[in-house]
Design a protein around this ligand. Structure first.
Ligand SMILES: Cc1cc2nc3c(=O)[nH]c(=O)nc-3n(C[C@H](O)[C@H](O)[C@H](O)COP(=O)(O)OP(=O)(O)OC[C@H]3O[C@@H](n4cnc5c(N)ncnc54)[C@H](O)[C@@H]3O)c2cc1C
Length: 352
């Protein structure tokens, strides 16, 4: 994702933060247009690249003094940025990763929040470690991965998670989280339950010695049970490339809505809907299927459109703004509610 960074990022991708002076550790009118995968035009009142976790407290204090919200972003792949953001925006760009092989053959992998997630996964697999290959190619940073407990192809971050460090803005200090502290659920965590409180600075993952490929998902099930992590990763990347638009070419934020979980009764009332029963008796539905059934594939508001090949994805055809995306999302939600009595929940965070 380095090629998308504004010119304030040096060529080697290592971040520097421009600090104008000690009392103003952020730059005014900070352009974020190249820092979001929906490619929406956006300027923050103040912003800074954070290359050292020690800068976070100073930026937080600055936001408080200015009476502005404090917002953290990573790769901008799960946000809808509004044209003018009245906030201090910290872009996590801290770098560093290490792996420590344990006596039993497992590995403890540590990465700083600003590391690019797809690069990080390739790096672990390149060294022969299995465990993250199903999560290959998910855009964004390591630090954002726990926020929505990223998941794909039958694996979610929680399955490989060891611990993390975050700056607690309420307590004003760094705190460690074990797995059970994170309250990981489907695309949820404590970091979404308490939005804005924690800035994740370092993530540690545990890669098992007795690694087995996870091949239950359609498209992976034809691979041999003896496939190695690199083979699984290559298939995952090929599958992703065939389904999702490349955000570098057609701006998007991946799945725009969560798959709704509804009562068994409601699920039963929707003719032909794919149904995924949950352990508690509820049923998960496919948001993409519901949107497609409403005839909305290809539907546009301004330059924001429902992707023709995958109704769960909202794309920017060129000059969309957050207002177009908002209008389109509203139309989609009300069409689905009217047709099926199902309320869709937006996945990307709105930053304004
Ligand atoms: C093409 C495409 C495909 C995708 N596929 C998947 C998929 O298969 N599975 C999946 O789960 N997601 C998917 N996503 C969503 C996205 O990639 C993930 O949510 C990713 O983890 C977001 O990372 P980011 O650094 O871009 O976060 P951002 O978009 O910058 O931020 C997302 C949220 O995390 C918060 N945040 C960011 N960094 C930190 C931090 N260091 N500390 C605390 N909070 C932070 C932000 O405030 C915001 O609320 C996809 C997105 C795209 C564009």
């Amino acid at each position: 994702m380095d090629e998308e960074m504004p010119e304030t990022m040096p060529e080697d991708g290592r971040a520097t933060t421009r600090i104008d002076d000690a009392s103003r550790p952020a730059r005014p009118d900070f352009d974020l247009s190249a820092r979001n995968t929906l490619k929406l035009p956006a300027t923050a009142r103040y912003g800074a690249f954070v290359s050292d976790a020690g800068q976070i407290a100073a930026l937080d204090g600055f936001a408080r003094r200015e009476g502005l919200p404090f917002v953290v972003i990573g790769g901008g792949s799960n946000v809808v940025l509004y044209p003018r953001i009245e906030a201090v925006v910290a872009v996590l760009a801290t770098k560093g990763r290490s792996v420590v092989r344990q006596a039993d053959g497992s590995a403890l992998v540590t990465a700083q929040a600003g590391e690019d997630w797809p690069d990080f996964v390739q790096w672990t697999v390149g060294q022969g470690f299995g465990g993250l290959e199903n999560l290959a190619g998910i855009p964004g940073t390591v630090g954002a991965a726990p926020v929505q407990n990223i998941g794909a192809y039958g694996v979610e971050l929680a399955d490989r998670f060891h611990s993390l460090t975050a700056y607690d803005r309420v307590e004003g200090r760094f705190v460690d989280f074990e797995r059970s502290d994170c309250r990981f659920r489907y695309r949820q965590s404590v970091f979404k339950d308490e939005p804005g409180r924690f800035v994740i600075t370092e993530v540690r993952l545990w890669l098992p010695a007795d690694w087995q490929p996870v091949l239950g998902y359609a498209g992976l099930d034809s691979l041999s049970k003896t496939a190695d992590p690199a083979t699984v990763m290559a298939r995952v990347l090929a599958l992703r490339g065939s389904k999702l638009p490349d955000w570098r070419i057609l701006g998007n934020a991946g799945s725009f809505f969560h798959n709704p979980v509804v009562s068994a009764e409601l699920a039963q009332s929707i003719d032909g809907a794919p149904r995924y029963p949950q352990p508690d008796g509820t049923v998960k539905l496919s948001a993409g299927w519901l949107i497609e059934r409403c005839g909305l594939k290809g539907y546009r508001v301004g330059d924001a459109g429902v992707f023709e090949n995958h109704a769960l994805v909202i794309v920017n055809h060129g000059n969309a703004t957050a207002h177009d995306v908002e209008g389109l999302a509203r139309t989609v939600k009300s069409a689905v509610r009217e047709a099926f009595a199902v309320t869709l929940q937006q996945e990307p965070l709105e930053v304004r």
